[in-house]
Design a protein around this ligand. Structure first.
Ligand SMILES: [Zn+2]
Length: 85
């Protein structure tokens, strides 16, 4: 029942101004509808632009990626991990 209602609710994106269903927004528990004010498409666009023009942001993203990859390599795939246990 809750899901049916959720689909009918349309929220206007703060950035592009297009009304979209809540599925098209990233979840954010703190906000009123439980989603972020701008849609996923706009968020991707903003992130891409930021990545291109903001040197600090790009460094941050690249560092996060390397940290994640390092962690992956250290632990290995999940089946290796379960064998170790
Ligand atoms: Zn949008």
């Amino acid at each position: 029942m809750i899901f049916e209602m959720k689909e009918e609710i349309k929220k206007k994106c703060k950035t592009c101004g297009v009304p979209k269903s809540l599925d098209e927004f990233s979840p954010n528990k703190k906000s009123l509808f439980g989603v972020r004010p701008d849609c996923k498409i706009c968020r991707t666009k903003i992130a891409r632009q930021k990545y291109r023009y903001d040197d600090n942001y790009r460094k941050e993203v690249l560092e996060n990626k390397t940290i994640r990859n390092r962690a992956k390599k250290a632990i290995g795939p999940w089946w290796n991990f379960s064998k170790q246990l």
